[in-house]
Design a protein around this ligand. Sequence first.
Ligand code: GDP
Ligand code: MG
Length: 465
Amino acid sequence: EARSPDDLRCPIVVIMGHVDTGKTKLLDKIRKTNVQEGEAGGITQQIGATFFEKKTLEAQTAKLNVTEKFDFKVPGMLVIDTPGHESFTNLRSRGSSLCDVAILVVDLMHGLEQQTIESLTMLRKRGVPFVIALNKVDRCYAWKTCKDTPIRDALKEQDEGTVSEFRSRATDAKVQLQEQGVNSNIYWEMGEDDWMNSDFVPLIPTSAVTGEGVQDVLMLLCQMAQRKIWKQLMWCANLQCTVLEVKAIDGLGMTVDVLVVNGHLREGDRAVFCTLNGPIVTEIRGLLTPPPSREMRVKSEYIHHKEVKGALGVKVIGNNLEKVMAGTPVMIVGPEDEEEDIKSEVMADLTKLEAKLSTDKSGVLVQASTLGALEALLQFLREETNPPIPVSAIGIGTVHKRDVTKISIMNEKGHPEYATILAFDVSIEREAREHAQEMGVRIMTADIIYHLFDQFTRFMDELTA
Ligand code: GDP
Ligand code: MG
């Protein structure tokens, strides 16, 4: 099938930013803004994502589009449901990103924070275009609520003092971004060329609570998608698919939630998944999405599909899915494919990571929630720590007793300092904790990369002091 500019798939959007900047609130608001009764079907809940039909986007941006006269060509928009870093690091394939555009949320009252900077680094490294929502604009002194209004209209309603506070805070954010090497400007003050043809980042003041500026965010994302990255949005039959989450569902056993970016998945396909123990090949026994309306939704009831087409989020059922890793690609063995080639392709990211482990096998154990998170963490330990923290082993998911046993070997190898597990955003089995006590293994946990690094560095400093 030839790709065509008239056959675009919907862009995949992620929301990123520091904790408490309002990511979840903004996602909720985007889901609810101007949802008219009787317009059912305009917004559908998929697996791990919310899908907005084109007509919904048009309706949601109607007030703004009086002046914008923007012609929507994208068939809709797919917004990933888990805001934060996880979603982003998960949406990857061969080092590049599967998400198309991002919203980076900054708290206008706080400016840039640690995870804002981490997000910036990731977005730029993966070449993902993004807008910045300067959120909580309603916290400016004496802000007058203009519910769900385009931001320029809302600003016109404000007193001079309020506007000047907003101005000064926006300028601070701009300067801080500049310090990170990011050119930005309030979006209506930049020429369209600034952000279409260069890497100027548009700033959009928003309130995730009262909805000012939310239309503007949607509009800009669609403009960015259509004008800046339309080539990458041309629908293509080659399967591009990534694992979002692996979970047990009553009556279905272990299921794998995937995001299909391009191509098809069909019941009966021979799918190849990546696990720490090597590739697994299994037949797709079912493809499920939640029912279209909330009223119809009964717990554990899904719609079954014979075939799905990207971009969408779908739940896959099949055998032997227990060890599949989040953040890894899914591939199908076609009639002309060599199964072995497909297997090694599915394993490529993990193989590459394993190749970078400490060659003399001395180092800590790093455990993370997904392959993407693991990759980010390893890179950080390798590049941002001085001296680098050596890593001898990696793992995904909950820390088990066997992981403790594995790394306790460092005590015998004369490297007690490496008898350490750096656990990033994963839970620790109680048995594992007890075993760690007995075996002299430290378990350091954190949800922010820097915090883990700080803990370990402090520990090393104490050792050498
Ligand atoms: P997240 O950690 O980035 O997902 O942040 P949340 O969406 O959970 O929001 C953190 C807190 O900020 C909550 O108490 C929200 O009610 C509040 N909040 C989020 N957005 C806004 C906003 O635009 N205006 C105001 N006033 N509060 C907000
Ligand atoms: Mg949140």
